[in-house]
Design a protein around this ligand. Structure first.
Ligand code: WTA
Length: 665
């Protein structure tokens, strides 16, 4: 077969991929939920009696004071488990120590440098529950001495090291609110988030290893301190022996700080609705929003979904590995809280998947006998491109369940994942959820749900998901519409920090009485959900959410730029890439050098993840008569398609014609 024939055959197989994969019988026989009937019965019960259902789910955790009710009120501001007190760190750590599991491994960590360990292999650290208890207590107590108290916001800007997990849990222990910022974001992003959250303290590292290089995190924090006056304290962990400037009176070394801490510092009793964390995520406007998550409901939701969606249990030899950075919600819920509250060891890997070589992740799976592997479609597409020889060189027989999250997965990548990584024997769970939902919302259960590649299948227990129109009317199966959630769930966001109005308009005003997710979707004849992607101005680049307006603001802050419009475009590996259309000020001429400068400028303003893949210079942007940029047209242009949109409102047809002709320089 020629390359071309092979490719057409592959495309045919994608288009005709409608196989259904039943859960393996032996897996189903031992699973928490072992059949579709069992799922359906439990789902019906959870909707018929949500308080009964979630009240029972909450019994899996420890509470210092019981709730007076399971659920009070409804959208937009339900209160879950009002009256109850608990602590997430207690449930993730101390509870297991008290029950006699203190010497069991809670966290396995592997560093990036391949030959830095004592045995000539990579550095590996294993922390037990007792160790985590000591370390979180010491750090929590030390933070308190630095003036951090219940409700203070602690900014965490660190690499994927065990101390990042310790920092997050120490905040929970103390009742401080963590605001983790992904280490790939730039100084402006830190300063904006610090200001928005009114955070006075930043925890960081001298650097982070990434593909053999040191990412200078502390230097980026230093830059951020020139953009905001709020940062009074910076605590710096030594990780890379990277030289850093330490400002006297402001900057402290982690070890010195922790040395002052009390290793017996207790977990603070927190009200169920006390704020647990802020996590900033992109929306339709230029400014990222601080999603507010509270304690009790989030704990119950992440604990239950981790257990049922991955079929986790303690004492079963499970090792759970979610490859997400703790800087994203997936890392919060399924590197840390959901997994640790189930007393299953969680694995953290510090570096890049191709450092030092493209088999690194499979070496880790084999070395630590990983049983559960959870990653993003964009990563799966990269693994596949790198070649089957890499996974095939390692023993992956420990794997039991594979998961994906973050973007729609193309069926051929799904099949590859199942066959090549899962050896054809592991159920694949395609989990749909969001920063705002806290935990999984629509997902297969591995022992119960027959899977169809590309579909996230059916709603989790207690989740009332529907495809509706703008009036909230449910649409018939097969029809595309808006994905809405019709009743509150425990892990849901409790607001946007400092912007109640935006919270209401973004999520609750578009469809009356429902939570609007921002995604378009449809259901098929079996009732399975298929996510079609964002219907707002958010793009999903390599599984990371970015607002087109954020990138536009970064571009127009460059002295050469008058106006910019940013849209998503199809990208083979990243799912979506970023296309920027830019008009220049008088005196600036389009050139490859300027294009490179603009890309660098965006990386400097936001972070490398926001770098446009394509920058096109244009004399003018296509606008409606009322002056709105016609993004749909630009999306078509970026995708290289002939536009089928109605263009009668175009102010200047020649603009579109020129863009299409690609005569941008
Ligand atoms: C998208 C990540 C298709 C979706 C946990 C959502 C998905 C956004 C899936 C949230 C999936 C997430 N299939 N699309 N399984 N999971 N998405 O907040 O567009 O970073 O709205 O949360 O990712 O991204 P976020």
């Amino acid at each position: 077969m020629s390359d071309h024939d092979a490719q057409s055959a592959r495309i045919d197989s994608i288009l005709t991929e409608d196989r259904v994969f039943e859960p393996p019988a032996d897996f189903a026989a031992a699973a928490h939920v072992g059949s579709l009937d069992a799922y359906r019965a439990e789902h019906a019960r959870s909707l018929a009696d949500p308080e009964g259902y979630w009240g029972e789910a909450a019994q899996a955790l420890e509470w210092f004071t019981p709730w007076t009710r399971v659920l009070e009120g409804g959208f937009p501001e339900p209160r879950w488990f009002p009256g109850a007190r608990t602590n997430l760190c207690h449930n993730a750590v101390d509870r297991h120590v008290a029950a006699g599991h203190g010497e069991e491994v809670a966290l396995i960590w592997e560093g990036e440098p391949a030959a830095a360990g004592t045995d000539g292999g990579p550095e590996v650290r294993r922390l037990t529950y007792a160790g985590l208890q000591r370390e979180t207590a010491q750090l929590a107590s030390a933070l308190q001495r630095l003036g951090v108290h219940k409700g203070s916001v602690v900014t965490i800007y660190m690499g994927m090291v065990p101390e990042l997990a310790i920092a997050v849990l120490a905040c929970a222990r103390l009742g401080a609110v963590h605001s983790v910022i992904f280490g790939g974001f730039a100084a402006h992003a830190i300063a904006d988030r610090v200001d928005d959250a009114d955070s006075r303290i930043v925890l960081t590292c001298d650097g982070a290893w990434r593909r053999g290089h040191v990412v200078p995190l502390k230097a980026t924090v230093d830059e951020a301190t020139t953009m905001t006056d709020r940062i009074e304290r910076v605590v710096v962990l030594r990780r890379c022996a990277n030289a850093v400037d330490m400002k006297p009176g402001r900057d402290l070394w982690w070890d010195d700080v922790v040395a002052t801490g009390d290793p017996h510092f207790p977990c603070a009793p927190m009200e169920s609705e006390d704020l647990l964390f802020l996590l900033y995520t992109s929306g339709s406007t230029g400014k990222p929003k601080g999603i507010r998550h509270t304690t009790g409901g989030y704990m119950v939701h992440t604990n239950l979904t981790a257990r049922l969606v991955f079929d986790l249990r303690p004492d079963a030899g499970h090792v759970f590995w979610c490859t997400a950075d703790v800087g994203w919600v997936t890392g919060h819920s399924y590197v840390l809280y959901g997994v640790l509250t189930n007393r299953v060891p969680t694995l953290m890997y510090e570096g890049a998947p191709n450092a030092p070589a493209e088999d690194r992740l499979w070496a880790i799976v084999a070395r630590h006998r990983v049983t559960h592997f959870y990653t993003a479609p964009t990563a799966i597409r990269a693994f596949r491109k790198w070649g089957d020889e890499h996974p095939k060189a390692h023993d992956l027989s420990s794997l039991r369940v594979l998961g994906t999250v973050g973007e729609p997965i193309n069926p051929d990548a799904w099949i590859w994942y199942r066959d090549v990584i899962g050896g054809g024997r592991c159920p694949v769970v395609d989990t749909w959820w969001q920063t705002e939902t806290g935990g999984h919302m629509i997902t297969p259960l591995p022992g119960a749900t027959p899977t169809v590649p590309g579909s996230c299948t059916l709603p989790f227990f207690g989740v009332d998901a529907a495809i509706v129109n703008e009036r909230g009317e449910e649409l018939p199966h097969g029809t595309g519409g808006l994905l809405a959630i019709r009743r509150p769930w425990p892990g849901m966001l409790r607001g946007i920090h400092g912007d109640h109005g935006r919270f209401l308009t973004t999520y609750f005003k578009r469809i009356p009485g429902m939570y609007f997710a921002g995604d378009g979707a449809r259901r098929d004849a079996r009732g399975y959900f298929w996510i079609m992607g964002r219907v707002d101005d958010v793009i999903n680049v390599a599984g990371h959410r970015l607002g087109t307006m954020e990138v536009e603001s970064a571009l127009v802050s460059h002295p050469a730029v008058v106006e910019a419009a940013v849209v998503g475009m199809p990208h083979e590996l990243k799912g979506q890439g970023i296309a920027a259309f830019v008009t220049l000020k008088r005196g600036f001429d389009p050139s490859p050098a300027l294009r490179a400068q603009l890309v660098q400028h965006v990386a400097h303003e936001i972070g490398a993840i926001a770098k446009p893949d394509v920058v096109r210079f244009t004399d003018a942007l296509p606008k409606t008569r009322s002056g709105k940029i016609m993004r749909r047209l630009l999306r078509d242009v970026a995708a290289g398609q002939e536009t089928t949109q109605d263009t009668t409102t175009l102010e200047d047809f020649s603009v579109l014609a020129r863009l299409r002709a690609g005569d941008e320089e």
